[in-house]
Design a binder for this molecule. Sequence first.
Ligand code: UD1
Length: 418
Amino acid sequence: MQKLLINGKKELSGKISISGSKNATLPILAATILSEKVRLSNVPFVKDIYTMIDLLKFIGLNIKILKKKKSIEIINSNKKIKTLAPYKLVKTMRAGVLVLGPLLAKYKKAKISLPGGCAIGTRPVDLHLFALKKLGAKIKIRNGYIIAEAKNGLKAARISFPTISVGATENAVLASFNAEGTTVLKNCAVEPEILDLIKFLNSLGGKIKIKGRKIIIYGQKRIKIKINHNIIFDRIELGTYMIAAALIGKKIKFDKINTKIVKNEIMILKKMGVKIKDKKFYLEVLKSMNIKKTEISTKPYPGFPTDLQAQLMVLMTRAKGISKIRENIFENRFMHVPELKRMGANIKVDSKIATIKGPSKLTGAEVMATDLRASVSLVLAGLVAENRTIINRIYHLDRGYENLEKKLKKCNARIKRI
Ligand code: UD1
């Protein structure tokens, strides 16, 4: 099994180009079920994307990977489509459930394996099914599969989500793309990745509007035969490397971004004493000596992202005084804490709240990655820790970070995979 070795305390400087967003690419790939010929560019080639590609190939789409051009071409001309997502392709990546909406919309039926549990929480799909039922789908659960049908096609509906969910919003938007009539979705997630999905669907011929947390979908039957779409940048990857720069950077420049999308994160980091020069399409993080304590709560966008919580916690270990994180989205998302404590952090967890007492001097240790964002927080800790850190189970990291070692090495980090 592969491991990462990091020799910490090496100051970082240089430029990091941010990849396309994994969480935008996944629903857009699912949306290609509704299309005929699509070319996606700025695609991040990480494990989750390959899993979604395998799922689409299994369904019957024709996919060509142009890795050097960071692009994928998808052709959906097969008459023999399988409206099935088997367990082996959904169990490792929950986003597989996103093919449910488009399969139902286009082929009027789908059989999708229930994604099952996940390290960071129970992560049910009840909100996805709630929305699809409102759109007229008949749904039953049999032998671990969601079996859904809409014999006469889906019909527009007015749906108000009881809680905000990224995946359920995406599935509902995808399912109502060609539903008869006008669908109104209320209390939606409005993450930038969802806006990117809507941009894609609109260029495919859809008519979808957003007003605050309300999404209005005017059902469209006709689509454009051939479209190109450039995936939005990965704001979580940007936030992760900005925190690396705040921890041990001299001067790191980030490009291929739009700072407006991460203005809340920039504001929080600046308040913590991180020196940031931000322009419209790039930013620089400069050497930051006096990190200040703070308190944050994770929330749906535009609030602070749960996907950046573990990384910010590492920065909080550098701050003088008591910092706090309240995790509101997932019930089990402090799994990085025991490992950070083994590296010298002073952190206490009480239910949803982590209390971080700093500053702590981190020292290298052999640690275990438990999920995608937890593993990258251990990388950040390793970069700033004294001596050597060994990170096990880095397959979690490969699910979502493109060329992580290469990007960090270019900025002088002493990191290698063995
Ligand atoms: C997406 C992101 C993930 C991010 C999360 C929250 C992708 C591929 N993944 O995950 O990186 O951490 O948003 O920003 O984009 N819930 C229900 N019932 C449902 C669906 C969700 O109770 O049917 C709950 C979840 O358990 C969780 C909360 O709602 O507590 C939010 O989850 P959701 O926004 O759906 O996350 P994902 O779409 O799975």
